[in-house]
Design a binder for this molecule. Sequence first.
Ligand code: MG
Length: 257
Amino acid sequence: MTSTKHPPTVVFTDLDHTLLDARGAHPAGAAVRRVWAHGIPVIPATSKTAAETIALLRLWGLHAPAVVENGAVLCLPGRPGRWRILRIVSQSYATVRLAIKRLRSALYLDMAGFGDWSLTDLMRETGLSPPQALAARQRLASEPLRWRGEPPETFLDELRTVGLTAIGGGRFLTVLPMEADKAVGACRLLREWTPFAHHPRIVALGDAPNDRRLLELADLAACLPGPNPLPDIDCLRTQRAGPQGWLETLHRLGVIK
Ligand SMILES: [Mg+2]
């Protein structure tokens, strides 16, 4: 890992439909390492779990921090090859699951989440491999749900009464504590993980509603094309996601030459 003591810029990036595409994780790792080699930290900000994200960081050979579970949890580099996992919201995964089960039965809702599925179901629903599916089930504060149709307003209202909310990613609707957000996670991470002498310039890349506040927080932001787009946000729009489009986006933002 190449780093610098006082990098002027830090890049927070969503993973699915932003940095990652169907070609898998290896080309994405090459793109990320190229930016780190410029002395610019690249920090995943993702709905993936700590276990999933750390597996990617290990694959990429990066002992880097990450904002995971949509900002509810941070992965902070610790001893060589180890990370400290920090849940920064008050409600746990068990609390989230309990609320979902209660509302599903009270409101007769036809929906299911990662915690309802067997490993085989989860692999079928997500296209993940067995080790990836096991890592995706290691959740600390948020639950992705698959719906038939739109979630009713009553469900969202009831979630709010118990301090929870729901936010759309690429494929799933994720229920999580209201206080969780990628922007909140990014700010907390910059306080917890501080190789910076001065407050860095924040660059953010994303594609979906769960990236909105992070893109709004950033000094420079870009929206890549995903299945669940953000039409009403003022930032650079690019045509191509995945490692190549991601590097082109950083180039257009002037972050890399
Ligand atoms: Mg995404």
